[in-house]
Design a protein around this ligand. Structure first.
Ligand code: GLN
Length: 308
């Protein structure tokens, strides 16, 4: 099996490498500083083997791929009922940074768009802001199986320019979706987006989800099995924003993207896949990330509705 997968990811890597469409995110000044043609693919199995090619150990910020992990932590801290009362689980078909609440429920439509993600951050427990952030970073680290570093430069860049997210925070406060200081929730969200990962880390984080919440290398439990189902469900319908429907048709796996250029996908009970390449399409999803995931899904018949 080993060589077959190595050969396959090498072939997909070579095919997809020629794609140079899309632009690196530059609305956060520090993000524009990355090498646009970096490219890595990793596939981690639930028994802890990682196949990797290209820039698989190159650090970049997790950005929105943080959202399912903080949502999982909020679920563990508060319980599903309390979290559901604040954040819906309906696909929005909206861009990630839409300033929106569902007009009927007056809740964010889901935890994968910023409104829902900022709400999820506000639900993480801890005595103070520093403790809450450390709990988030420690949780992500359990999924990756190593201590993940914080990228101060990206955080400062985002905090300086994040007016839209602040507007979302204040909107959430005015509708009582967030209690307490909305600036704290938004700051926590900026910080969680600024945690550095590699493509290899992301594949292991995805494999931890695939392994029902247990890290395949360290054997440490990162989230409860009940949480896994809820998080993967929301990733299936909302993880790729307004590109979620096409992704489901073409790739057919619960997934999450981030504007740092990462994408991760989960095949429950089997594998985690991650791709890193910073040029983004109009939805803010990595162009090569989407193409590589599509090719891998087709070749390995990973679509969750595939019948042999
Ligand atoms: N930090 C980013 C933001 O909220 C994350 C967005 C993303 O990765 N889609 O603007």
């Amino acid at each position: 099996m080993g060589n077959v997968v190595d050969d396959l990811i090498a072939r997909v890597f070579d095919d997809v490498r020629s794609l140079d469409a899309g632009e690196v995110a530059d609305y956060i000044p520090e993000l524009a500083a990355v090498a646009p043609d970096s490219f890595g693919i990793c596939l981690a199995t639930i028994d802890g083997y990682v196949y990797e090619i290209g820039d698989s150990r190159h650090p970049f910020t997790i950005q929105s791929i943080s959202k399912p992990f903080t949502y999982a932590l909020a679920l563990a801290d508060r319980g599903a009922e309390a979290v559901d009362a604040k954040i819906d689980v309906e696909p929005s078909g909206e861009p990630f940074n839409e300033i929106s609440l569902d007009p009927l429920t007056e809740r964010p439509r889901n935890p994968m768009i910023n409104a829902g993600a900022i709400t999820a951050a506000s639900l993480v427990t801890g005595a103070d802001q520093a403790t809450r952030f450390e709990r988030i970073r420690a949780a992500y680290s359990r999924y990756a199986g190593r201590e993940l570093p914080f990228n101060e430069a990206v955080y400062e860049s985002e905090a300086r320019t994040g007016h839209r997210n602040r507007a979302i925070g204040h909107m959430l406060r005015s509708f009582d979706v967030i209690s307490g200081d909305p600036n704290d929730a938004v700051d926590l969200y900026f910080r969680q987006c600024s945690i550095d990962v590699t493509c290899r880390d992301l594949s292991l984080m995805a494999a931890t989800m695939a392994n029902n919440g247990v890290n395949p290398l360290t054997r440490e439990r990162a989230l409860t099995a009940v949480g896994v189902e809820q998080v993967l469900s929301v990733m299936s319908t909302c993880g790729m924003y307004d590109g979620a429907g096409k992704w489901l048709v073409e790739v057919g796996l619960p997934a999450k993207s981030g504007v740092g250029g990462g994408v991760m996908a989960v095949l429950p009970g089997q594998i985690g896949i991650a791709v890193y390449s910073p040029r983004l399409d109009a939805h803010g999803n990595s162009v090569r990330g989407v193409a590589a995931a599509k090719a891998l899904s087709k070749e390995l018949e990973l679509h969750f509705l595939h019948v042999t």
